[in-house]
Design a protein. Structure first.
Length: 315
């Protein structure tokens, strides 16, 4: 494939407001039904796009794959809300209902001429290379590449995001789960036929090449978060420095023995104050800046540690 770049974030990119009207209507319906599903569709599309870039996919395939990812959960429109939004673990029966969103979404796409080219997104995103996925239990050779990519993006966002039915899991822990799913697993509780399929394959659920690309995407995201945090640090440090000067003159004002000196140092104190800052509140504001600086530094350090952990992960 050609080493082309598809910019998901430029003004002509496939954000939901730039999609074909039919696709917009479908996604808007998802938004009205379940805000988590809508956000999840957008996240999976963005991650899919960037994975494609690291896989050096062509611009055309990246665009196609990104739209497929947007469409991947369309079938959830017809999953009962008491199941889709259930705050606790699903029963086996409810899980079987959830699984039908793949075929429902596929059928929705196939019935619409404009959505038909992207039917692979809904149909294949839960298939696993070792045959343990659904709806058809396909193995590696029968699962389209777009399905393999979207599966990894979908799994990552589903685990790492906060949902109504589970707590947030850390990024490195999420990647460990996804990496574990690249490994063959012969110890499963399944039918004899499925156990035989798994036994005869060297594959796990996820494509390791795609998972490696995902890890690069995640490291990019964390690095960008560090960059933004450091940029904000500079602003905090400048404000703390400015208010420290104000504090210096304020203390001199309190120590002054004459009214002239008090007025002199008071005016100097005010020179370092900005809008909404007063003689009465600037010390409190300075403490808020100082506390924020510490929290931000702690956050940056934790992000660096997260990157170190992720770089040591083996796929």
């Amino acid at each position: 494939m050609k080493n082309e770049v598809y910019d998901f974030y430029d003004r002509t990119a496939l954000k939901s407001y730039n999609l074909d009207k039919t696709m917009q209507d479908q996604l808007n319906a998802l938004s009205q039904l379940d805000v988590f599903t809508r956000k999840h569709c957008e996240n999976v599309a963005a991650i899919t796009c960037r994975i494609c870039e690291y896989l050096h996919c062509s611009k055309g395939f990246t665009e196609y794959c990104t739209i497929c990812a947007y469409m991947h959960d369309l079938g959830k429109l017809f999953i009962p809300s008491n199941i889709l939004q259930k705050p606790t673990k699903l029963t086996d029966e409810e899980y079987e209902v959830i699984k039908t969103h793949t075929t429902i979404g596929y059928e929705m796409c196939m019935k619409d001429e404009k959505l038909r080219p992207y039917a692979a997104g809904p149909l294949y995103h839960h298939e696993a290379l070792n045959g343990t996925g659904y709806p058809k239990g396909l193995t590696k050779k029968d699962i389209p590449y777009e399905g393999q990519i979207i599966r990894v993006a979908d799994e990552y966002d589903a685990i790492v995001s906060k949902r109504q039915y589970k707590s947030h899991i850390g990024i490195s822990d999420t990647l460990k789960i996804i990496i574990e799913n690249t490994k063959p697993n012969t110890k499963i509780n399944a039918s004899d036929a499925l156990q035989e399929i798994v036994k005869n394959t060297r594959d796990g659920k996820n494509n390791p090449i795609i998972v490696k690309a995902l890890i690069k995407v995640v490291i990019d995201d964390i690095s960008y978060e560090i960059y933004c945090a450091q940029d904000y640090l500079s602003s905090l440090e400048e404000n703390i420095k400015r208010l420290s000067k104000a504090e210096k003159y304020y203390n001199k004002m309190k120590q002054a023995t004459t009214n002239d000196k008090k007025e002199y140092f008071l005016e100097y104190t005010k020179m370092y104050l900005t809008q909404n800052e007063t003689i009465d509140n600037f010390m409190k504001i300075k403490k808020q800046y100082t506390d924020a600086l510490k929290l931000r530094n702690d956050k940056i350090n934790s992000l660096y540690k997260e990157i170190d952990i992720i770089k040591k992960l083996k796929v």
